[in-house]
Design a protein around this ligand. Structure first.
Ligand code: NAP
Ligand code: HSE
Length: 433
């Protein structure tokens, strides 16, 4: 049996998963890869931290140079996250002819070109399956198995933390903050959970997926982003009354060569398969012009599911000849130049919840504004006053399909009405047709 030495950069949630899988499934991994894998070094910040796994003390280090200068280490697994020093370490490891496996979507979505070019220049293999949707084989799915297709559209629930939070809010009527704490404890959330709840994590993942699916470079700044922090239990309740669920969707559509890229909370029919993706599960629904509709479903976060993708990438590298250069098929994402639509141009239906003064004529004022902006209303629902003393009521408006720019203009005009107390929430509705 051949032996190979590898190093991990990071032993947090994902690093732990990788460590456990490499030990628990040692026999299977040896047979499948043809190698006995030895983790010879692990880079961490704090040597004394309890990590939930028994790791021999002598393999932990805080000095990256020990890994870089050890020629017997052939492969480096970057699971530390963030841009720096992860970027610098990966570039230097590649210059030292070490193959790379990473789970770092933030880096790939923002500085991806530089690391891919370095892998090409040095002829080393570079795998990143775990960077999107944890254990779901979506990167290889798109890069290997869907290349016969022109991808028309892609809808993803690609953030486990927010899906966990929205699921608990919907099914157990729990409040946002307590559920976020649970997601952190389960190891789903990023080191800074703002990245999850404000949609940045999903934005990175959508940029990676769309660039592969559409064969085009995607600038992260062209991906529209909204998080889930404005979603209230009452929105969940209304959605349910309308036969809908609220999900944080990452949406990419190719509209005759112009693409839409957006991440935002979305009301979707509860009959759609994505509506039944709960907990930290992720799913990516893709339509290809040959294959039709496809859905990939699985755990999108957590130590073992993410570790599964990382270790599979390691095996995939070992199955090739690691001593020979240029074994990686370079997947180009600059095959086509595609213009990205501004969010103002996007068409959707909208759910708009407002608080208004409960007095005659208010409804008329509001519907006149939408009418004058050529926004057609499908329904208007008024619920009773909060209590006898209150002079305010909640109005929920559902529009027909319309351009975002017209909605924004209508909203600005609503703010000018003295009878409109607040625009509480606006959520796009996706009908999938
Ligand atoms: P984490 O729990 O915060 O672990 C990060 C690890 O990296 C820790 O062991 C930390 O060391 C080490 N580290 C960080 N900065 C370092 C530095 N400057 N020098 C040395 N060591 C450093 O993160 P994670 O959840 O495992 O995520 C790791 C990566 O996987 C990220 O790119 C993340 O986006 C991605 N990812 C995560 C998941 C998930 O479910 N968590 C899923 C898919 C992808 P100490 O422990 O000593 O502080
Ligand atoms: N924080 C991420 C999530 C981890 O919740 O999906 C997986 O990338």
């Amino acid at each position: 049996m051949k032996k190979v030495k590898i190093a991990l950069l990071g032993l947090g949630n994902v690093g732990r998963g990788v460590y456990i899988i490499l030990h628990q499934n040692k026999e299977e991994i040896m047979k499948r890869s043809g190698y006995e894998i030895e983790i010879s070094k692990i880079l961490v910040r704090d040597l004394n931290k309890n990590r939930g796994v028994e790791v021999p003390e002598d393999i932990l280090t805080t000095d990256f140079e020990e890994i870089l200068n050890d020629d017997s280490i052939k492969l480096v697994v970057e699971v530390m996250g963030g841009i720096e020093p992860a970027r610098e370490y990966m570039l230097r490891a590649m210059e030292a002819k070490k193959h790379i496996v990473t789970a770092n979507k933030m880096l790939l979505a923002t500085e991806g070109d530089e690391v891919f070019e370095k892998a090409e220049e040095m002829g080393v293999m570079f795998q990143y399956e775990a960077s999107v949707a944890g254990g779901i084989p979506i990167i290889n799915g798109i890069n290997e198995n869907l290349t016969a297709n022109k991808v028309n559209e892609l809808y993803g629930i690609v953030n486990g933390t927010t899906n966990y939070i929205l699921s608990k809010m919907e099914l157990e009527q729990l409040d946002f903050d307590s559920v976020l704490q649970e997601a952190k404890e389960k190891g789903y959330a990023e080191a800074d959970p703002t990245s999850d709840i404000e949609g940045y994590d999903a934005q990175y993942k959508l940029a990676i997926l769309a660039s592969l699916a559409f064969g085009t470079k995607v600038d992260i700044n062209d991906v529209y982003r909204e998080g889930i922090t404005k979603i209230k239990p009452i929105d969940m309740k209304y959605a349910s009354d309308f036969g809908m669920s609220i999900k944080l969707l990452a949406i990419a559509k190719d509209d005759n060569g112009r693409i839409e890229l957006r991440v935002h909370p979305t009301m979707i029919p509860e009959t759609h398969p994505l509506a039944n993706v709960y907990d930290s599960f992720n799913a990516i629904f893709i339509n290809g012009n040959a294959v039709g509709d496809l859905m990939f479903y699985g755990r999108g976060a957590g130590d073992l599911p993410t570790g599964s993708a990382v270790v599979s990438d390691i095996i995939s590298i070992l199955r090739k000849n690691i001593e020979v250069e240029n074994q990686n098929p370079i997947i180009r994402n600059n095959l086509w130049e595609k213009q990205v639509k501004n969010i103002d141009e996007v068409e959707s239906r909208y759910y708009i919840r407002v608080t208004v003064e409960d007095k005659p004529g208010v409804l008329g004022q509001i519907t006149t504004i939408f009418g004058s902006n050529r926004v057609s209303l499908k329904s208007v629902i008024q619920k009773g006053r909060k209590n006898d003393e209150s002079h305010e009521v909640a109005l929920v408006l559902i529009t027909h399909k319309t351009k975002e720019a017209l909605i924004n203009d209508s909203i600005e005009k609503l703010y000018d009405l003295r009878t409109v107390k607040d625009i509480e929430n606006i959520i796009r509705i996706e009908d999938f047709n």
